[in-house]
Design a protein around this ligand. Structure first.
Ligand code: GAR
Length: 186
């Protein structure tokens, strides 16, 4: 199999990044992770890039020319698929256009419900019976692109924001690789 070069964008803990690194070691998994991008220099997830000798870059999304530099790096590593994995910034319309249909995101809710931030707390406040996670293509509107796969998770009465996030994260680690396989028709 000829694998595609992938770049993973993170902002925090990076458990989805680590999971995708592990999966991509399998020769039947269609991507090789060639670059990690973080908007946060203190993101714990960067340690997974370091440990696995994957090049990484910190971007300063407040600087004017960051996107220009970022596009250059993506070109240098011949990146053809981008996976957002806990990346907490919004990408510009121009950037999304350049990678149309090639950017995936994972969101911890059953989209189209609960787009945006503080998902778990809002779900609990509304006394929902189910939540879950969604992998979708990224378009110009927040958490609104075409859904690739979704997994439902039952909420128990005892769940807190932390326990629900943990429960959903376990499912995210199964769902993201599955969604990537689906995108490649595998
Ligand atoms: C994950 O739950 C992911 O779905 C969520 O952030 C967490 C990152 O965890 N993403 C968003 O909320 C995007 N709006 P990780 O850093 O351990 O992969």
């Amino acid at each position: 199999m000829v694998k595609k070069n992938a770049c993973i964008f993170i902002s925090g803990a990076g458990s989805n990044l680590n999971n995708l690194i592990l999966r991509s070691r399998d020769y039947t998994f269609p991507i090789n992770i060639k670059l990690v991008i973080s908007n946060n220099s203190r993101a714990k997830g960067l340690n997974y890039a370091k440990k696995n000798l994957i090049p990484y870059k910190i971007i300063n999304t407040h600087s004017r020319d960051f996107e220009h530099k970022l596009l250059k790096d993506l070109k240098r590593y011949n990146i053809s698929i981008i996976c957002l994995a806990g990346y907490m910034r919004i990408l510009s319309k121009n950037f999304i256009k350049k990678f149309k249909g090639k950017i995936l995101n994972i969101h911890p809710s059953l989209l189209p419900k609960y787009k945006g931030l503080n998902t778990h707390q809002r779900v609990l406040n509304n006394k929902e019976k189910y939540s879950g996670c969604t992998v979708h293509f990224v378009n110009a509107r927040l958490d609104s692109g075409k859904i690739i796969l979704q997994k439902k998770v039952k909420i128990s009465k005892k769940d807190t924001e932390i326990s629900l996030a943990k429960k959903i994260l376990v499912q995210e680690h199964k769902l993201y690789p599955k969604a990537i396989l689906k995108v490649f028709n595998l």
